[in-house]
Design a protein around this ligand. Structure first.
Ligand code: PLP
Length: 449
């Protein structure tokens, strides 16, 4: 009987003995190519000696402080580093300024989103707009597992036991998902315009003066599998938020920190869409330590400063020096080795290989990706895009078959609204070798057969 309480109380997880580079080495002797970086986390692979040394050195210097009264060079340096992380799109020299001015470090993406929900409300509290008590999110969104972050998520299966006790005053609009929802007679631009129109109608129905923020993943990761927005959608969303004074919060916990080939996924949106709040997580510390962050712009910082001058939120372990130091070491390696632009280049190669191997397969409905985040979506009928019955779990079968052949891919988190969700997600380390990439694709081909 295991002592550890895991998500599954019936399936015993595989015991990992150690991990190095792109591989997990199991206690039973098998080696598994980690083609999803755990949960899109291990951005520089496992066991990096430089990160381990920096973490140990920080532990010796200062392992813990309480942020009520103190700060550390590790936390300050990481904040500065992350806030500078936006300069070029795809490493191709296009200058980009995001306007994010302060970083708040926590232990998980869920906590980062909790912090974002609270700071957004406090922003309006300080402005005296107390009637703003409503958040708008999107269907098929996953933003975390704590009460607040789950309340803005719409992964139906996960919410069921808690319906009735999740936060009220949250509503959901349709996601931007061309493969399933763009009508046959619509161009990409027309689809984006329709979504923005529908969002405005929703805002007006709620009463825009009551809305705190609109929350979205620029590239949807785990729920529907690497879904990018049609051109013009996010700039339309930004204009709407400006029109009604609503804050725009991008959840980049999965797609941020280089995963899509730019430091922030939103850098690749047309028209320079600038959010008020961004949350990041997974790739920030690359899995060496639990760390995530909320980044906010001047508008929020200045308003809180002019008001109570405190952010009414704190955690014992926030801005933990050991965690900040490990994350900074990870980020310095990424910058020094040009891994964000490598992520973009390797992503192009991965996309070509996936299309060549799977484009003609009977049950592969869509192959989509950006940077080193790719998904294969499975359908029973390609023409009608009809999904398999949930009980079949085609993606889960591929996941298991690939694992048995030595490659770990990320399965979907469960059918999100009975329509979509049958996919596998690939999110390998940014420094995966070309040979490992080939092994990944050829193993998936064998798993599909
Ligand atoms: N937001 C997004 C987009 C995520 O993908 C996740 C985790 O998968 C979270 C938030 C929650 O992060 P965590 O699991 O670190 O709490």
């Amino acid at each position: 009987m295991p002592a550890l309480l895991n998500r599954s109380l019936v399936i015993h997880p595989y015991l990992v003995d150690h991990a190095s580079g792109s591989y997990l080495h199991l206690a039973d002797g098998r080696s598994i190519l980690d083609a999803c970086g755990g949960a899109a986390v291990a951005v520089i692979g496992h066991g990096n000696a430089e990160v381990i040394a920096a973490t140990a050195a920080q532990m010796q210097r200062t392992s813990y402080i309480h942020t009520g009264a103190y700060t550390t060079t590790a936390a300050e340096d990481l904040a500065k580093f992350v806030l500078e992380c936006t300069t070029a799109v795809n490493g191709k020299g296009i200058q980009f300024t995001h306007g994010l001015k302060r970083a708040f470090f926590v232990g998980s993406g869920s906590e980062a989103n909790e912090s974002a929900l609270k700071i957004a409300r406090q922003y309006f509290f300080e402005k005296g707009e107390l009637q703003r008590q409503h958040y708008v999110s999107r269907r098929q969104a996953y933003h975390g597992n704590t009460f607040g972050s789950m309340s803005i998520s719409s992964v139906v299966g996960r919410r069921i036991p808690y319906e009735g006790v999740l936060l009220p005053n949250i509503s959901f609009v349709d996601p931007a998902f061309e493969y399933h929802y763009r009508r046959d007679n619509e161009t990409e631009e027309e689809y984006a315009e329709r979504l923005v129109r529908e969002l405005e109608e929703h805002f007006l129905e709620i009463g825009p003066e009551k809305i705190i923020s609109f929350i979205a993943e620029p590239v949807v990761g785990a729920t529907s599998g690497c879904v990018t927005a049609p051109k013009g959608y996010f700039s339309g969303v930004r204009s709407l938020c400006d029109k009604y004074g609503i804050l725009l919060h991008f959840d980049e916990v999965l797609c941020g920190m280089g995963r899509t080939g730019s430091y922030f996924a939103f850098e690749q949106e047309d028209g320079g869409v600038l959010p008020d709040i961004v949350t990041i997580g997974k790739g920030l510390g690359g899995g060496y330590v639990p760390i995530a962050a909320m980044l906010v712009n001047d508008r929020i910082v200045d308003t809180l400063r002019r008001g109570s001058s405190v952010f009414n939120h704190g955690h014992t372990f926030q801005a933990h020096p050991t965690a900040c130091s490990a994350a900074l070491a990870v980020q310095k390696i990424i910058r020094r080795e040009g891994l964000v632009s490598r992520c973009g280049d390797m992503g192009i190669k991965l996309g070509q290989c996936l299309r060549a191997e799977f484009g003609h397969r009977q049950y592969v409905g869509d192959i989509r990706g950006r940077g080193l985040l790719w998904a294969l979506e499975f359908v029973k009928d390609k023409k009608t895009k009809t999904p398999f019955e949930a009980s079949i779990g085609f993606g889960a079968q591929i996941h298991q078959a690939a694992f048995d052949l030595g490659v770990a891919v990320y399965p979907c988190v469960g059918t999100v609204d009975g329509v979509v969700g049958d996919h596998i997600l690939l999110a390998p380390p940014f420094n995966i070798s070309e040979i490992e990439l080939d092994i990944m694709v050829s193993t998936l081909r064998r798993a599909y057969h």
